[in-house]
Design a protein. Structure first.
Length: 307
């Protein structure tokens, strides 16, 4: 009986995390005319870094040792996961509807698989190739519709930035698994966040946009708190707890809720249209990713779990 209650709680955690991550797209799109992408990214991770200070204090010996022995690895992880990922995403969201961006970013599991296979020198099997084509076809259909509605492909600059954001996230995910820093998940996150913040701070100081009066604007302050605490720390802890209870294989299925939540939330909060083509694209994306996951589970050391 106790195990059943634990599983139900874990299910709530692995649903909560994609819901919070989907909110990142909503906030990034909602603020696209209010704050510059770099500044929003810096504000997010500044808030997350402050929130993670107790973790740094409690684990300072292990984290300091990791900084001394694994600084190149930490810089790589911070560059992809903290500096580039959301910066590129927020740049893309300045020009691209959040629902379209969410579908593009939904290709991340397939990009992760491809990078992991290349890293290991393994080829994709037929089911993975077909699944990838189905997923990319669904997203491509939405992009072609979007380009047609916005009078040409010149406005695909935004989607290209979102695709590069997905690539940055995929590289971060694969490197996180392959580099294997000697830290527990939460201290590792704290170490990477603080490293990324240090990398961004000189540029943030030079730009000088994040002054106290600017940050205290209610809209920006609330968004920064949500992104730094909710979409970063709380989402990560919820996901880690759910994975620990359910296992990576069962929990990983729920990651596919992220593009679904994004499409629904953009309609509710941003008034973006949920067209039949967009829903068909979402269905093709999810079916394609499902086919890829089935193919990946046939291979020992499933690379779709971050390689």
């Amino acid at each position: 009986m106790r195990k059943g209650i634990s599983d139900r709680s874990a299910l709530l955690f692995v649903v909560l995390a994609p819901l919070l991550w989907a909110g990142n797209f909503i906030v990034g799109r909602a603020l696209h005319g209010t704050i510059e992408p770099f500044d929003l990214n810096y504000l997010r991770w500044f808030v997350a870094a402050i929130t993670l200070l107790p973790v740094i204090i409690l684990n300072w010996r292990d984290i300091l040792l990791s900084y001394k022995r694994h600084m190149p690895e930490l810089i790589v992880l911070a560059s992809f996961g903290i500096v580039l990922f959301n910066w590129l995403l927020y740049v893309g969201l300045k020009q691209t509807p959040a629902s379209v961006s969410g579908l593009i970013f939904g290709l991340s599991p397939i990009i992760i698989l491809i990078i992991a296979r290349i890293w290991r020198g393994r080829r994709l099997d037929l089911l993975e190739i077909v699944g990838g084509l189905v997923a990319f076809g669904g997203v491509g259909m939405v992009l072609f519709t979007y380009a047609d509605m916005t009078s040409g492909f010149s406005l695909l600059t935004g989607p290209i930035f979102v695709l590069f954001a997905a690539l940055a996230w995929a590289l971060f995910t694969v490197c996180l698994n392959r580099l294997r820093l000697p830290l527990a998940p939460t201290p590792c996150m704290a170490a990477v966040v603080w490293c990324g913040l240090c990398l961004m701070t000189p540029l943030a100081v030079w730009r000088g946009n994040l002054t106290v009066p600017n940050v205290l604007v209610p809209e920006i302050l609330a968004s920064g708190l949500y992104l730094g605490v909710g979409a970063s720390v709380v989402a990560f802890c919820a996901w880690s707890t759910g994975v620990r209870q359910l296992g990576a294989a069962r929990a990983g299925v729920f990651l596919q809720l992220t593009p679904f939540f994004i499409v629904v939330m953009t309609a509710v909060f941003l008034g973006e249209e949920v067209s039949s083509r967009k829903m068909l694209g979402l269905m093709l994306l999810l079916v394609g990713i499902g086919m890829v996951n089935v193919g990946a589970t046939k291979v020992p050391g499933n690379p779709n779990r971050a390689g």
